[in-house]
Design a protein around this ligand. Sequence first.
Ligand SMILES: [Zn+2]
Length: 194
Amino acid sequence: MAILKVARMGHPVLRQLAEEIPQNALRSAELKSLVDEMFETMDEYAGIGLAAPQVHFGLRIFIIRPDPADEESLRVAVNPVITPLSEEMSEGWEGCLSVPDIHGMVPRHVKIRLDAHDRDGKKYAVEFEDFPARVAQHEGDHLDGVLFIDRMTNLSTLAYGQEWRRYHAPRPKPEEGEEGEDAEGAEAPEEGEG
Ligand SMILES: [Zn+2]
């Protein structure tokens, strides 16, 4: 197992169309080991999602964990197909391990279906709404060479991390008995980098 190097914006691998995993490789030890290394890398950088091109593998694989506190939210998606289930779009903050320290508002489909294979090569389908749907669409885009900034319709929302945390990050509601003034620097509940 190893922590993999993350490709940053400008590296050609982030702009290429990633390749499908052939049917006969869906259950291979190599695939499992790459997925495990992707999890290790995502943990190391506290990401909530990671796509194979972000670690220099031009393959159609991504992993997500939209709720870092909930292991159940963890998904491996090999050869994923994302289908929007409604026309409804919503804007939300996104960041990306390959676009370090930058945040921006991105429109995404509110509801989607994800068809993919898991780490063991087993086919599954799952429906996502809101934040998990956003994370899956962000990671799915990486397999097509698309970065979140390409999807932005209002570049004036672009912000560096420090300024984003100070002026834009969703503030957690103060707990009872707390002053709640010092939310600055606190981790936003609904934001993460992938
Ligand atoms: Zn990303």
